[in-house]
Design a protein around this ligand. Structure first.
Ligand code: FAD
Length: 575
């Protein structure tokens, strides 16, 4: 307790999910001294939960496919809020990302002649989602961990980072503590890559794991001087499990719809016919989630408040080879055999499309030497993420940011350090450990999740969002009286206290931006502003309480716009 280790690395990567590991591999392959830290076991990062697949226009199944069409589909489904430069970099670089994974030994599913197999995911023009059964994220994470191990990348996955260390807007490291023994870490680095994931755990029902995605990215970035873009744009996945309570939100992969699953309400109607008759279950996530939400809200849901997803009509062989994980999960959690019975599901917080505001070319931030990647960053998905686009983003930008951080580190004349910033980080943890009040961190955490679920879920309105902010103020006031008591089992209690601080900050950013976005667009449904508002075709940039600015988005290049089905010649969205 209180013992402080000092470590130095040229580049510090915070986060050992797919994004962080890919960046660390790039740095190690370039011979740059890198250290990767995470707050849960690397073999079990959030990335391992990804199931359905990873996108690249490889054209193995549909020869007409091109990266330009992938870009057009991505921009279309972003409701024009994605940055066309980011979209180009990811879609054009996607094939290389897949080649990297093959090099690291990811076992992709293949056709009989050896081609990588690709399947349909909702709202893609062609089949371009590569996969490994429905364990794609797990296989990718395994391959990345293996490659990082080969390269001797040091990985500390029991370190909770509480602060970035910054002097005069230049990052010089990070501060944190060990989750097991509470010892402190002072990590000095020329450059820091934030790969700390999204903020979906701040809702009650979420596809995320416990104690991850609590909004750490937002707090670390904002306290360092970076800004958050589009925090209100959160994807609710249509199919999260309702039960058991402690696994609420566990995802049923979109692949279940992709392979031919049907969505039914309590009356047995295939309700997507009412919302998107052309695409039915293959419609986009935002539309399917809103449809399911509406069916439940209007009384056509199951008694437990869900709808049904049925794959029992599919051949058993298809289920066992294409959806093995869904099959296994339902057996484990509910003793339900999906070859026989439908699955009860409801919308669940799934993906943070917003995140740290970064420059498209290298994902640098407003702070010199600080980069953000993966779900922690923003720019690719706008108001709706296409399934399979997140994993490819990790691969493409992991490489690019690794390269950029290496160059930045090499260009530095001398490392800048600042005893004051370090002392402040140290004091913050000391103060937290000294908290001995009556308030329970878990209860307050639950309180924030209730607020977000109640007031900032699939459908939002001004009155609710304002009520949410007022309730959040009340929770925040109680944080002053929490008790923090590490025990023999470790420093989880201290970690939860920091998680709570992050959660409150992330919730505030999300509520404030949701209030400011007075329109309905993609995942963001405002019942008081049901239409798309042209003047809101901007990003919202949040830099602290009460500070939300609008930022213009560059135009879509004409050749890409020409491939978009629902965009007019002057760049407006049309139905
Ligand atoms: P994460 O994997 O979330 O990693 C974050 C890392 O940061 C972790 O190591 C964590 O410990 C660390 N960290 C966080 N805070 C701190 C801190 N304070 N101190 C130290 N370390 C910290 N995408 C697709 O493209 N295709 C799919 O089929 C798909 N399916 C999905 C299915 C599920 C159930 C879920 C939940 C997501 C799915 N996604 C899918 C999305 C995709 O998995 C994620 O967006 C992606 O894995 C995020 O990776 P990441 O590396 O950015 O962050």
């Amino acid at each position: 307790d209180g013992f402080e280790r000092r470590i130095a690395a040229s580049v510090l990567v915070i986060g050992t999910g797919g994004a962080g590991l890919r960046a660390a591999i790039e740095l190690a392959e370039r011979g740059v001294g890198v250290l990767a830290v995470g707050k849960r076991p690397k073999a079990d990062a959030h990335t391992t939960l990804a199931a359905g697949g990873i996108n690249a226009a490889l054209a193995t199944m549909d020869p007409q496919d091109t990266w330009q069409q992938h870009a057009a589909d991505t921009l279309q489904e972003s409701y024009l809020l994605a940055d066309p430069r980011t979209v180009r970099i990811v879609t054009e670089g996607a094939a290389r990302g897949i080649a990297d994974l093959e090099r690291y030994g990811t076992p992709f599913a293949r056709e009989a002649d050896g081609r990588i197999s690709q399947r349909f995911f909702g709202a893609h023009t062609y089949r371009r989602t590569a996969f490994s059964g429905d364990y794609t994220g797990l296989e990718i994470q395994r391959a990345l961990v293996r490659r990082a191990t080969e390269l001797d990348v040091p990985i500390l996955d029991t370190v909770h980072i509480t602060r970035l260390l910054v002097r005069h807007n230049v990052v010089f490291g990070a501060y944190g503590f060990d989750l097991g023994d509470g010892s402190r870490y002072v990590i000095h680095a020329d450059a820091v890559i934030l790969a700390t994931g999204g903020h979906t755990r701040i809702w009650r029902r979420t596809s995320s794991r416990r104690d991850e995605n609590t909004g750490d990215t937002f707090r670390l970035a904002v306290l360092a001087g970076a800004r958050i873009r589009d925090p209100e744009l959160v994807q609710f996945h249509p199919s999260g499990l309702l039960e058991p309570e402690d696994a609420a939100g566990t995802l049923v992969s979109e692949a279940a719809r992709g392979e031919g699953g049907k969505l039914l309400n309590a009356l047995g109607e295939r309700f997507m016919a009412r919302y998107d008759p052309e695409r039915m279950e293959l419609s986009t996530r935002d539309r399917v989630a809103l449809a399911a939400y509406t069916e439940i809200k209007e009384g056509r849901g199951t008694p437990r408040g869900g709808v049904r997803l049925d794959v029992s009509h599919l051949p058993r062989e298809t289920i066992m080879t294409r959806l093995p994980r869904v099959h296994q999960t339902l057996l484990e959690l509910q003793m339900l055999d999906i070859t026989q019975d439908p699955i009860e599901i409801a919308p669940t917080a799934h993906y943070s499309m917003g995140g740290v505001r970064v420059r498209p070319e290298d994902h640098s931030t407003d702070v010199d030497g600080l980069y953000a990647i993966g779900e922690a960053a923003s720019g690719l998905h706008g108001a709706n993420r296409l399934g399979g686009n997140s994993l490819i983003e990790l691969l493409v930008y992991g490489r690019i940011v690794g390269e950029a951080a290496a160059a930045y580190s090499a260009s530095l004349q001398a490392q800048r350090r600042c005893p004051l910033a370090l002392a402040e980080a140290r004091r913050e943890v000391d103060r937290m450990l000294a908290c001995d009040g009556p308030e329970n961190v878990r209860v307050l955490q639950r309180g924030v999740r209730d607020i977000m679920t109640e007031h900032c879920g699939v459908v939002r309105d001004e009155a609710g969002l304002r009520a949410g902010l007022a309730e959040l103020d009340a929770v925040e006031a109680r944080i002053g009286a929490i008790g923090v008591h590490p025990d023999n089992a470790g420093y989880q209690d201290l970690a939860h206290a920091f998680d709570l601080k992050s959660t409150v900050l992330a919730a505030r950013a999300t509520l404030e931006a949701a209030l400011e976005r007075r329109e309905t667009r993609g995942c963001h449904n405002r019942s008081d502003y049901p239409g798309l508002e042209e003047s809101m075709q901007v990003n919202l940039v949040w830099s602290g309480p009460g500070k939300v600015e609008r930022e213009e988005i560059p135009p879509i290049p004409a050749p890409i716009a020409a491939l978009m089905r629902h965009v007019s010649s002057d760049g407006k969205l049309v139905e």
